[in-house]
Write a protein that binds this ligand. Structure first.
Ligand SMILES: Nc1ncnc2c1ncn2[C@@H]1O[C@H](COP(=O)(O)OP(=O)(O)OP(=O)(O)O)[C@@H](O)[C@H]1O
Length: 288
C-alpha cells in the first residue's frame, strides 16, 4: 500500500466492469479524501450504481485497483464492513417493528454501534420512534434506511441515488441530514442524477458518462473550467432569432451594436449553468 492510498478514504484506479456485451465501467479513477462529501453524477446507465456496488464489496470487478478505507472491498471481512455504511433501498426493515425496535435490532450487528436514540434523532425520526415501519411515509422510510446505514458508526457512507422519488421538501430535509453526518466527520459518497443535489452537497464531484469520468472537481471549478463563454442572442431585422456562443461576448455585442447602429433587438446574454456544463459533458445536449 502506498502512502498516497493511506491518505484516501476511497482510491480507485482503472476500474473496469463488463456485463456480457455492456462495458458498464470503463477505466474509472476516483480519489476521495476522508471527511469529504463526494458526488458521482451521471445520466442513466452511466455506471454509477455498478461503481458504488464495487466500492461496497457487493459486486466483483473485472479490472483495476480499488481500496476503500485501506482495504480491497473484494477481499474485506466483517471488521471492514462495520466501518462502511450502506443504505439499502430494498425495504429490508421488518414492517411490524417500530422505528426504535428496528434501529436497536440493527445495532446488535455491529461491534461498536452508535446510540440508537441519538441516531433516531439525527435522522429526524424522534416523533416517529414508536411508529411501526409499515406506517411511515416514503421520505420517513428513507430516513430510517439512513439510520440503519449509520447505526454501526461508519467512517464512510455509500449512498446510491438516495433521494430518487423525493418531493422537493423531503429532498431538502435529506440534504440537511447528509450535511449533519458530514459535519460529524463521516466521509460520504453519493450518486445522483440531480445536478442541484450534487451542487448543494458535494465538496467535489465526478461526472460519469458511458463508464468513464468525463470531469472531476469542485462544482464551481467545473463550471468555470467547462462552462466558459456566453451565449449572445438577438433578433435580426427580418425577425429571425439568432444566437451565438462566444468566448468574447463583449466583442460580439460591440459588433452587433455597430451593425444595428444602436440598440440590438431582443438582446440576451446568458452564461452557462452547471446544468449546461453537465449536459455538454455527458453528451445529452440534444435530448433536452
Ligand atoms: N446486472 C446487470 N446485468 C447486465 N447489465 C447491467 C447490470 N447492471 C447494470 N447493467 C448495465 O450496465 C450499465 C451501467 O449500469 P449502472 O446501473 O451501473 O448505471 P447507473 O449510472 O447507476 O444508471 P442509473 O442512473 O440508471 O441507475 C448499463 O448499461 C446497465 O444496463
Amino acid at each position: 500500500m502506498t502512502a498516497h492510498t493511506d491518505e484516501l478514504a476511497v482510491d480507485v484506479r482503472g476500474l473496469r466492469k463488463r456485463y456480457d456485451e455492456v462495458t458498464a465501467v470503463d477505466g474509472v479513477d476516483l480519489a476521495i479524501r476522508p471527511g469529504e462529501v463526494f458526488g458521482i453524477l451521471g445520466p442513466n446507465g452511466a455506471g454509477k450504481s455498478t461503481t458504488v456496488e464495487i466500492l461496497q464489496g457487493n459486486r466483483a470487478r473485472d479490472g483495476g485497483d480499488v481500496t476503500v478505507l485501506g482495504t480491497d472491498p473484494a477481499a474485506a471481512g466483517r471488521a471492514w464492513r462495520s466501518r462502511v455504511g450502506i443504505v439499502w433501498q430494498d425495504e429490508s426493515a421488518p414492517a411490524e417493528l417500530t422505528v426504535r425496535e428496528t434501529v436497536r435490532h440493527f445495532a446488535r450487528y455491529y461491534p461498536r454501534p452508535r446510540d440508537p436514540e441519538e441516531v433516531i434523532a439525527l435522522v429526524g425520526l424522534e416523533e416517529k420512534a414508536a411508529r411501526r415501519v409499515k406506517g411511515l411515509s416514503g421520505g420517513q422510510r428513507r430516513r430510517l434506511d439512513v439510520a440503519l446505514g449509520v447505526i454501526g458508526g461508519p467512517e464512510l457512507l455509500l449512498l446510491d441515488e438516495p433521494t430518487t422519488g423525493f418531493d422537493p421538501a423531503a429532498r431538502r430535509q435529506f440534504w440537511d441530514l447528509i450535511r449533519a453526518l458530514a459535519d460529524e466527520g463521516t466521509t460520504i459518497v453519493l450518486t445522483t442524477h440531480y445536478l442541484e443535489e450534487a451542487e448543494a452537497l458535494a465538496h467535489r464531484l465526478a461526472v460519469i458518462a458511458k463508464g468513464k469520468v468525463v470531469a472531476e472537481g469542485e462544482p464551481a471549478a467545473l463550471r468555470r473550467r467547462y462552462g466558459s463563454g456566453a451565449t449572445v442572442e438577438w433578433t435580426d431585422r427580418d425577425g429571425t432569432p439568432r444566437g451565438e456562443h462566444t468566448e468574447t461576448p463583449t466583442r460580439t455585442v460591440a459588433d452587433l451594436t455597430r451593425r444595428f447602429g444602436g440598440e440590438i433587438p431582443d438582446l440576451r446574454i446568458t452564461r452557462p449553468t452547471l446544468e449546461d456544463v453537465y449536459l455538454r459533458l455527458t453528451g445529452q445536449e440534444d435530448t433536452r
